[in-house]
Design a binder for this molecule. Structure first.
Ligand code: ZN
Ligand code: ZN
Length: 101
């Protein structure tokens, strides 16, 4: 860094300021890998969050949209988040394709 460069604290990042003005979501998040739960904030449209505990990109928001049902499907591994595929519901944590009665 040149000697006459301003100290880093005086530098305004336009990209960072723009990002801070964009719409954000906040809420309870859970890591599908390690189970860590935390209060997350991210720009609207973010579907995967970095877990602050294990650092893997396996965090998801919880409770943004929930089914109006007294019961939900839960995998034997305790995960309740699935990808729907032509073969069935694919657990996002253990990868099992679900077979329900
Ligand atoms: Zn984690
Ligand atoms: Zn599973």
């Amino acid at each position: 860094m040149p000697a006459d460069a301003p100290p880093e604290s005086n530098v305004v990042s336009l990209a960072k300021a723009r990002e801070e003005r964009s719409p954000h979501l906040s809420g309870e998040a859970r890591c599908l890998q390690c189970g860590h739960e935390w209060a997350a904030v991210s720009p609207v449209g973010t579907t995967v969050l970095e877990c602050p505990s294990c650092r893997l990109p396996k965090g998801v928001f919880r409770g943004l949209v929930t089914p109006n049902s007294p019961t939900i499907w839960i995998c034997h591994c305790k995960c309740d988040t699935f990808w729907l595929t032509p073969q069935g519901a694919f657990c996002q944590l253990c990868g099992d394709v679900q077979n329900w009665p």
